[in-house]
Write a protein that binds this ligand. Structure first.
Ligand code: ARG
Length: 497
């Protein structure tokens, strides 16, 4: 905002001075331009219906608002968007425009505007989670039988499949969608009509403005209505949680790209300015970094809000931009992650070769022995000793998978003899042990609910597809609710044109 300009709220009294720029939220308020126009319109329509403002004044004000909208945000000047729009209306109408701010305060106005705008952002955020879930589920379907190494502590642990791995993120993202939609539902309540915090003697209709603006309910207590920003904390927390999911996915993909298990499409990679042979997964690293932005937003909000007394305090102005930065960090990151997943190509042969590395089928062999009467702890001991043998054997050399499996069998046999003082074949058939040592057969055997066996993954993917469809409907219902309200408000405003 300019250093000289004044607005109708401050007049000459606070129109200049060194702290004017400091006090202003005009730059961050660009995001609230459309919201404030809608809130002004709904408020004027309600005031007119209640007989607080007459039809003629209403039409003067509503026409001025249309002109302010057409002239755009850039033409405005004021301490904040609310004062700037009111000033611009009064410039066009003379004193009549001053009736617009009857029975309200900037405190309920700003709280309503933030909620109005954040609704859109939360729906956009939910939608991107759905796009990413779809990409993950589709790739998981295509790779339900692509065996790969699974890790704990980033050490090869047990073979799994690309489908099982990818759908693990799809499942986490399902909860991220839930959290965003829940945050939406609590955001979608109207503080308008709470005025400064203590209500108003005018006979206003808070339900009516809530309806005209598409809010599901009115926030009852007027002091809470203007004071609370915990809907921002909730939204930022949902975004931060989503960003943590994204950062895990990004790290896995970055590391798998390094291992040549996956190739990130050129559209999502970058090259070095000096090392022409390099293909860097920069976009995924930025996806990972969005967790920093989101968590900064959440922390900024919690720290700004902590200990604020009732009711309105100007600290609240400083809280708002934290949510916008969290949105602007996480939503594009989710979109990029979806694109990277949808276009990635998985290197099936490299993955298959690596799937049994590090005696990754050891747990399966222990399970097999336990199924054939060896106490699990003893079975664990046998396989641990065989694994040690395998590790000593393979350090520094690479053998074919088949050769390794033959050697692994011999190692298990020797260990069984030592621990049980009995031959392995007394407990379990040779072929069964061979199968347990084979990564594909090992994966196929783990068909408990949610396990990596292709049949188990397929069942979970079916549920996930249904879940995505359900969430798409929930999202569409909410979007339709907002669109209906927008049309209804437009029709009301047109009555006064
Ligand atoms: N721009 C301010 C905000 O974001 C508007 C509210 C000013 N209210 C007041 N009582 N000073 O919070």
């Amino acid at each position: 905002m300019s250093e000289e300009g004044g607005d109708v709220v401050r007049r000459e009294r606070f129109s200049g001075g060194p702290a004017r720029g400091f006090l202003s939220s005009m730059d961050a308020d660009e995001r609230l331009f459309e919201a404030d126009l809608a809130v002004d319109r709904a408020h004027v329509v309600m005031l007119t219906e209640q007989g607080i403002v007459d039809d003629e004044s209403a039409s003067t004000i509503l026409n001025a608002l249309a002109d302010v909208e057409a002239t755009g945000y850039a033409a405005l000047d004021g301490e904040d968007i609310h004062a700037a729009i009111e000033t611009a209306v009064i410039e066009r109408t003379g004193n009549e425009g001053g009736r617009m701010h009857t029975a309200r305060s900037r405190n309920d106005e700003v709280a309503t505007c933030i909620r109005y705008r954040l609704r859109e952002d939360l729906l956009d955020a939910s939608e991107t989670t759905l796009v990413l879930r779809e990409a993950l589920v589709e790739a998981a379907r295509a790779h339900a039988e692509t065996t790969m190494p699974g890790y704990t502590h980033r050490q090869p642990a047990q073979p799994t499949t690309v489908g099982h791995f990818l759908s693990s993120y799809a499942q986490a993202l399902g909860r991220d969608t839930d959290r965003l939609l829940e945050a939406y539902d609590r955001t979608n309540r109207s503080p308008l009509g709470a005025a400064a915090f203590a209500g108003t003697p005018f006979d206003i209709d808070r339900e009516r403005t809530a309806d005209l603006l598409g809010f599901d309910a009115v926030l009852g207590n007027s002091m809470d209505a203007v004071s609370t920003r915990n809907f921002l904390v909730e939204a930022a927390s949902a975004l931060a949680t989503l960003s943590v999911t994204l950062s895990g996915l990004a790290t896995d993909l970055v590391e798998f790209a390094t291992d040549e298990y996956v190739e990130i499409d050129d559209d999502y990679a970058s090259t070095s300015s000096i090392m022409p042979q390099k293909k860097n997964p920069d976009t995924l690293e930025l996806v990972r970094a969005s967790a920093g932005t989101a968590s900064a937003g959440l922390n900024g909000l919690l720290t700004t809000l902590k200990g604020l007394p009732r009711a309105y305090n100007r600290d609240l102005q400083e809280a708002t931009p934290h949510i916008w930065s969290a949105i602007d960090g996480v939503v594009p990151a989710t979109e990029v992650a979806a694109g990277a997943v949808a276009t990635a190509s998985w290197n099936e042969s490299e993955l298959a070769a690596a799937a049994g590395n590090g005696f990754a089928t050891a747990t399966g062999v222990a399970d097999l022995l336990a199924m054939h009467g060896v106490p699990f702890r003893t079975a664990h001991e046998i396989v641990a000793s065989a694994a040690q043998c395998a590790a000593d054997r393979t350090s520094g050399e690479t053998a074919s998978r088949a050769a390794e499996e033959g050697a692994d069998y011999a190692a298990v046999e020797a260990a069984a003899q030592e621990v049980l003082d009995d031959s392995l074949s007394a407990y379990v058939e040779h072929e069964a042990v061979e199968a347990a040592l084979d990564p594909d057969a090992s994966v196929a055997s783990r068909d408990s609910v949610g396990g990596p066996a292709p049949s188990a993954v397929a069942a979970v993917l079916d549920e996930m597809e249904d879940g995505i469809e359900d969430d798409q409907e929930l999202l569409a219902e909410r979007r339709e609710g907002l669109a209906t309200a927008e049309r209804a408000l437009e029709a009301e405003v047109d009555e006064y044109a």
